[in-house]
Design a protein. Structure first.
Length: 268
C-alpha cells in the first residue's frame, strides 16, 4: 500500500500548489485591473496667479514656507483692479510646478494645485482616436483573462475535492491546464497592448495631460506577477497530468508483464 499512496499524495500536493498559484494570479489580476497605478509620474504645469489681497498673500506665504510657492505673485499689492503693467519676477523653471499623476486602464488622476484631493479623467478619453480600438481590445482581453482564471480556479478546486474516479479527475486536470495556459496568453497580450497604448498616449495625447516624467507603477508589476503565477500554475498542472499519464502507462506495462508470466507458467 505504501508505494501506491505516495504518488497519490504527491499528486494532491501538486494539485494544491497549482490551485494556490492560480488563486494568487486571480487576486493579483483583479487588483491590478481595478486600480489606476499602472503608470505614474509628474506633469510640468504653469503656476496660476495668486489670488487675494496682500493679507491673503501673506497667508499664502506662510503656507508656502512648508508647501512651496505654488502660484505667481504680482509685485504690486493692488492686483487685479489696476490697469498698470504688472511685472512678474518669476522666470524659467520658477514659473512651473510639478504635479504627480497616476494612470490605469480606466482613468487617470492628478493632484490639484493649492487644493487637496485629485482630479480624475477617463483614460479612454485621453487616448488618441487611432489607438482606442487597441485599448478596447486590451480591456476585453483583460476581462477574458480574469474569467478564464476564475474558470481554472473552479476546475482545480473541483479536481481537489473530486475523489470518485481517477479518469474523471484526469480529464478535469487536462481541461484546467488548457484554460490556464489560454488565460496566461491572453493576459500577456493584454498587458503588452496596454503598454503600447500608454506610450502612444504619452506622445500623441492631449497637451494638458502629457507627463514630464513617468514610469510603471505597482499595478503594472502586479499584473505581470499575476501572469507569472498563472503560467507557473499551468506548468504545475501540465506536469501533474503528464506524470499521472506516465504512471498509468507504467502500471499497465507491469500488469501486462504479470499476465504474460501467468500465461507462460500457469499455477497447478
Amino acid at each position: 500500500k505504501m508505494p501506491a499512496s505516495v504518488p497519490e499524495a504527491d499528486g494532491r500536493h501538486r494539485a494544491s500548489a497549482a490551485f494556490s498559484l492560480s488563486f494568487l494570479s486571480l487576486v493579483f489580476s483583479i487588483t491590478a485591473f481595478s486600480s489606476s497605478y499602472w503608470c505614474q509620474g509628474t506633469r510640468k504645469v504653469a503656476k496660476p496667479f495668486c489670488k487675494g489681497d496682500s493679507k491673503g498673500d501673506s497667508k499664502g506665504d506662510s503656507k508656502g514656507d512648508s508647501k512651496g510657492e505654488l502660484c505667481i505673485r504680482f509685485n504690486s499689492a493692488e492686483g487685479n483692479g489696476s490697469q498698470a503693467v504688472q511685472y512678474i519676477w518669476e522666470t524659467g523653471d520658477d514659473k512651473f510646478v510639478e504635479k504627480k499623476f497616476h494612470a490605469g486602464i480606466w482613468y487617470s488622476c492628478e493632484e490639484m494645485i493649492n487644493e487637496e484631493g485629485e482630479k480624475c479623467r477617463s483614460f479612454i478619453s485621453l487616448t488618441p482616436a487611432s489607438d482606442r480600438g487597441v485599448l478596447w481590445l486590451s480591456i476585453v482581453a483583460e476581462l477574458l483573462y480574469v474569467v478564464l482564471l476564475l474558470t481554472g480556479n473552479i476546475l482545480m478546486s473541483v479536481e481537489i475535492c473530486y475523489y470518485s474516479s481517477v479518469i474523471d479527475g484526469l480529464k478535469i486536470n487536462a481541461f484546467s491546464a488548457v484554460v490556464t495556459v489560454l488565460a496566461g496568453l491572453l493576459g500577456m497580450v493584454a498587458h503588452m497592448m496596454y503598454t503600447t497604448v500608454f506610450q502612444m498616449t504619452v506622445n500623441l495625447g492631449p497637451e494638458d495631460w502629457r507627463p514630464h516624467t513617468w514610469d510603471y507603477g505597482w499595478s503594472y508589476g502586479l499584473a505581470w506577477t499575476s501572469f507569472a503565477c498563472c503560467m507557473a500554475s499551468a506548468v504545475t498542472t501540465i506536469n501533474k497530468y503528464t506524470k499521472t499519464i506516465l504512471e498509468f502507462k507504467h502500471k499497465r506495462k507491469k500488469l501486462e508483464r504479470s499476465f504474460r508470466i501467468q500465461y507462460r507458467f500457469p499455477e497447478h
